[in-house]
Design a protein around this ligand. Structure first.
Ligand code: NAP
Length: 331
């Protein structure tokens, strides 16, 4: 299903237009936050970023989001989130934030198209799976190339898959894939895994998992869908082809937090740090979804975090209404 771009605005905002709730990012966390803020009559503004929907829009079918017993297309789910938020008055702009002035509230948020003054900000900029950047990867994404075993593992029932990476994610997702696939071949660039001991033991003991060491994937092959990978042994230089139905790439994620460096507290990997109320270290600035969650990274958990962040933003605005609204009763 195509995105309903007709319903997205790309109007140039008046310089410094004031908004009560500004949501940065339009994945499940952002659109759920917008829905909740809209239902509180706060007319939230969502700035989509480069693409509406974030990572879920790249997922062929989502089968673990409750309410869709037959599954739902990733893009279709995003469009439903979008429509539901807009129905209650959320405004969704196809625009990207370029800078935020954190020195005073309301915060000045500059974008490609202009600037806004935001009384509260909900950051839902997500994370980006690191790509191998080899030929065939982008062309075959969603056609056998995946970055999410939980989302796509089911499609590889009784098939053979390759997993790239040697960290906790690669092993954990490989173990998950053994529920479906007949074999999981982990291709790792060294001869030692980065993953923790327990995962290593479980993976090594699983009869469906085998390893190809000191090897990198140099190309993903297939026309309509993946049918093989080209491998290169980094020690011998030997090149080979391995037939496979799918390639799962788990070589790390980058949280999309570059904009906030030097202002918002982050952990050692760059994920935003929040408390249980989704608050960052700046008043009225909340974070939700993968940008603040290196652990669960699911549509449902991100949407839940987005809803929680919006509820806290609503509460924050109520508490600070004297500061941000001109008083109606002057002495
Ligand atoms: P990671 O620990 O950074 O591991 C990435 C893996 O991909 C490494 O084995 C690395 O190889 C390999 N790699 C990186 N770039 C590559 C490239 N261009 N080509 C081929 N291979 C490449 O990432 P992660 O596994 O996503 O884990 C991220 C963090 O989340 C870690 O702190 C991890 O402990 C944590 N995590 C924990 C759990 C858990 O505890 N259950 C589950 C998932 C993630 P090298 O080893 O050679 O560098």
């Amino acid at each position: 299903m195509a995105f309903n771009l007709a319903n997205l605005s790309s109007n140039k905002p008046s310089e410094g237009e004031r908004v009560k709730v500004l949501v940065i990012g339009s994945g499940p966390a952002g659109l759920a936050a917008a829905l909740y803020a809209a239902r509180a009559d706060l007319h939230p503004l969502v700035l989509t970023g480069m693409e509406l929907g974030g990572q879920v829009s790249l997922t062929h079918t989502v089968e673990n989001y409750p309410g869709f017993p037959e599954g739902v297309g990733g893009q279709e789910l995003v469009e439903l989130f979008q429509k539901q938020a807009q129905r209650f008055g959320a405004r969704i702009e196809y625009d990207t934030v370029t800078a935020i002035d954190f020195s005073q509230r309301p915060y000045k948020v500059s974008t490609y198209n202009g600037a806004y003054l935001a009384e509260t900000i909900i950051i839902t900029t997500g994370a980006t799976p690191i790509h191998l950047n080899v030929p065939g990867e982008s062309e075959l994404t969603g056609r056998g190339v995946s970055y999410c075993a939980t989302c796509d593992g089911w499609f590889f029932k009784d098939k053979q898959v390759v997993v790239v990476g040697g960290g906790d994610s690669a092993l954990e997702e490989s173990l998950f894939l053994t529920r479906y696939a007949t074999s999981v071949t982990i291709v790792h660039r060294r001869d030692q895994l980065r993953a923790g001991a327990i995962l290593q033991k479980r993976a090594r003991e699983n009869s469906k998992i085998n390893f190809i060491w000191n090897t990198v994937v140099t190309e993903i092959l297939g026309d309509d869908k993946v049918n093989a990978v080209r491998l290169k042994n980094v020690q011998t230089g030997e090149v080979s082809e391995l037939p496979t139905d799918g390639v799962f790439i788990f070589i790390g994620h980058h949280p999309n937090t570059q904009l906030f460096e030097g202002y918002l507290e982050m952990d050692e990997r760059g994920y935003l740090v929040t408390n249980k109320l989704m608050e960052t270290n700046y008043p009225g600035v909340f974070a939700a979804g993968e940008v603040a969650d290196p652990v669960y990274r699911q549509v449902i958990t991100s949407a839940g975090m987005g809803a929680a962040a919006a509820m806290r933003a609503i509460h924050f605005l109520e508490e600070h209404s004297q500061e941000t609204e001109p008083s109606l009763t002057q002495p």
